[in-house]
Design a protein around this ligand. Structure first.
Ligand code: SAM
Ligand code: SF4
Length: 363
């Protein structure tokens, strides 16, 4: 079995893949994962909320929307010194990427953005990958972030286009894709995925994967969040996502976007160690970890650095060093290696620690 970098998945094909008996699906995903990634490596990120709360958007799942009473208050933009302090502790804990999140609808060309550019420079200079998630971006803002050294930009499509408009009314799916297109005009890598547990159907999940896999090249990083139910939001009482759905979604994502990092993100704290290990077997190779045991805000809990160290040690896994994703053109550029030789589908092999990356067909 080999995997192809496809951009033309049809819904019936995705459905057939997704509905494969679970252990067969996991076996296939694990096989493809090993063709493209070192299965003993985990990419670990730390989120820092540089601007918390009072967001004008109405995303029905979010603790930071000003429309809902969630107990998350508004805070001013964090000082760069504090960001660097948190990043230094993250680096000491083995984290390779720091993600700076702002509860903004879009980036404005003002002194606050200039301060964010300073943070990007400061944390990049510490030898860490920096990701930003700041809302909508113009092309020139994406370019400024690239010039400051930004490694990745996160902007999730969250679900299918149809379902999206039932959970967020203050912006459109097309707005989301426009920002992703602006990121693709730079060498900043793209991080985009979604959430399961919003009340969407399986087809909505698969249409989301269809949208993401149509992007050329595929987003370098694809977060799969499990809804973290936040009191005060319209989704506070949503049904739990069965663990089997999570594993199925991770495995399908791995098969559909074989080269991308698949990130098991929000909601990981609800999975016990065995379920997390099953997700890692199915191809999840990226997680968020946190000294404070929460992600952006207290409303979304996260496993701690210590708990993750114990888990990774027990599984014989190590934390990936910054700028060593052998599939990332940006990493290659930053390390002076030049463009990623495995980027083109025509190149059938890539050599990494003796592993062979073959390119063929999943089916
Ligand atoms: N304001 C920016 C934006 O929306 O792009 C960045 C911050 S936002 C918190 C980043 C992502 O976190 C969202 O796109 C969503 O996918 C995820 N997220 C937010 N709240 C969540 C929750 N309660 N459960 C799971 N994922 C969540
Ligand atoms: Fe605002 Fe982002 Fe939360 Fe939506 S997900 S309410 S845009 S912070």
């Amino acid at each position: 079995m080999t995997a192809e970098l496809r951009h033309d998945w049809t819904l019936p094909q995705l459905r057939a893949l997704h509905d494969t008996p679970l252990l067969d699906l996991v076996f296939r995903a694990a096989t493809v994962h090993r063709q493209f990634h070192d299965p003993r490596e985990m990419q670990v990120s730390k989120l820092i909320s540089i601007k918390t709360g009072a967001c004008p958007e109405d995303c029905s799942y979010c603790a930071q929307s000003s429309r809902y009473s969630t107990g998350v208050g508004a805070e001013r933009l964090m000082e760069q010194g504090k960001v660097v302090e948190i990043a230094a502790r993250a680096k000491a804990a083995g984290v390779s990427r720091v993600c700076l999140g702002a509860a903004w609808r879009s980036v404005k060309d003002n002194d606050q953005f200039d301060r964010v550019l300073g943070m990007v420079r400061g944390v990049t200079d510490m030898g860490l990958e920096v990701c930003c998630t700041l809302g909508m971006l113009t092309e020139s803002q994406a370019k400024k972030l690239e010039d400051a050294g930004l490694y990745a930009y996160n902007h999730n499509v969250d679900s299918s286009a149809e379902f999206y408009e039932t959970i967020i009314t203050t912006r459109t799916y097309a707005d989301r894709l426009d920002t992703l297109a602006n990121v693709r005009k730079t060498n900043v890598t793209m991080c985009s995925g979604g959430i399961i547990g919003l009340g969407e159907s399986v087809d909505d999940r698969l249409k989301m994967l269809q949208t993401l896999s149509a992007i050329r090249p595929h987003p370098e990083s694809v977060p799969i969040n499990i809804l973290s139910k936040v009191e005060g939001t319209p989704m506070a009482e949503n049904a739990d996502v069965p663990v089997w759905d999570v594993i199925r979604m991770i495995a399908t994502t791995r098969l559909v976007m074989p080269k991308s990092d698949v990130r098991l993100t929000a909601g990981r704290v609800t999975l016990d160690e065995s379920a997390q290990a099953m997700c890692f077997l199915a191809g999840a190779n990226s997680i968020f970890s946190s000294e404070t045991e929460f992600m952006l805000t207290k409303a979304v809990p996260s496993p701690s650095y210590d708990a993750d160290k114990v888990l990774l040690d027990a599984l014989g896994m190590t934390m990936r060093a910054p700028f060593t994703n052998h599939h990332s053109t940006r990493a290659a550029e930053l390390s002076g290696r030049g463009p990623d030789p495995t980027e083109a589908v025509e190149v059938p092999f890539c050599d990494r620690k003796g592993a062979v990356c073959a390119v063929g067909a999943v089916g």
